[in-house]
Design a protein around this ligand. Structure first.
Ligand code: RIB
Length: 300
């Protein structure tokens, strides 16, 4: 079993601000940092730091992308299928983080939107039945990637983030694992409460595993036979960037190690708690041993 993540890589320009800007406002930031990020890169790092061997496929710019490949290599992510493109900038973002750690993100796709069908075909020719494909929504050609993966029997893990109107036109019936928050779940199924949303997602995608995080209210898992819930671990929030990516990577890592759904939720919730207590995207993603120590301290 192999895991391939076809996803974005961004340079995150992160500004610490008093409050998130409103239209027409000019505001001085009181700190700026540059981090490696991108939902794809963050999820590959989370999987790798949780102990899973992962291949990252995608595209970066030759002029500015080295820092992105370096951070993945340093955590042991396989970059055989990462393409370097001339004369195109890597994906990048402007992130505002306010005093309470909440953020807002402006994304410029750059090289992330230059994925070609030939690149996808060649990459997926190295994967087959019973392998796993991780996808988010920051690269182009997602419908083609899903079609090809499905034909090959590769299991699809979809985190439809950032959510947009195109998500509903994807072949969602091919998805084996949905990892969503309540905002991403809303366009996929109806429901006025967390449980209604979860019920309706499960009814709509009866053969899928559904994992739904609901911010400070915790996280749910549902499939046809089982339903589980785990609360958040209460920590001081510094920066919520990449908390969802960390959750996705650690949940899937535990699942692939055949832990129970409740154990997966617990492991992923602990990893996200550590992530939100630190600044930055990839920089905030913990190591497996740090998550294990965090959980051990709670029970001692
Ligand atoms: O999920 C967090 C990520 O979203 C950031 O790292 C940023 O690059 C955006 O893609």
């Amino acid at each position: 079993m192999k895991v391939i993540n076809f996803g974005s890589l961004n340079i995150d320009y992160t500004y610490k601000v008093d409050h998130i800007l409103i239209g027409g406002e000019t505001l001085s930031a009181f700190d700026r940092n540059v981090y490696c990020g991108g939902k794809g890169l963050n999820q590959s790092l989370a999987l790798a730091r949780a102990g899973i061997a992962v291949w990252h496929a995608g595209s970066i710019g030759r002029q500015d992308g080295q820092v992105l490949s370096d951070v993945l290599s340093a955590s042991g992510v396989n970059l055989e299928y990462l393409k370097i493109i001339d004369n195109i900038p890597s994906g990048h973002t402007i992130i505002q983080v306010d005093q309470s750690g909440q953020n807002c993100i402006l994304v410029y796709g750059g090289a992330n939107k230059m994925i070609t069908r030939e690149q996808i075909y060649q990459t997926l020719s190295n994967f087959s039945k019973n392998d796993y494909l991780v996808l988010q929504n920051e690269i182009n050609e997602i419908p083609y990637i899903m079609e090809l993966a499905y034909k090959k029997g590769i299991k699809i893990i979809l985190n439809p983030s950032p959510i947009d109107e195109k998500i509903r036109s994807l072949p969602l019936e091919y998805v084996d694992f949905f990892l969503v928050n309540e905002i991403e779940a809303a366009p996929l199924a109806e429901g006025n409460t967390d449980l209604e949303l979860l019920d309706n997602l499960q009814i709509k995608y009866p053969n899928s595993h559904i994992v739904m995080t609901v911010g400070s209210r915790g996280a749910y898992y549902a499939n046809q036979d089982t339903r589980e819930y785990h609360d958040i671990f209460d920590v001081d929030v510094v920066d919520t960037t990449a908390a969802g990516d960390t959750f996705t990577g650690f949940f899937m890592a535990a699942f692939l190690e055949e832990k129970t759904p409740l154990e997966c939720l617990r492991f992923a919730s602990a990893a996200s708690a550590l992530a939100v207590s630190r600044a930055g995207a990839s920089a905030s993603i913990p190591l497996r041993k740090q998550v294990i120590n965090f959980l051990a301290k709670l029970s001692s």
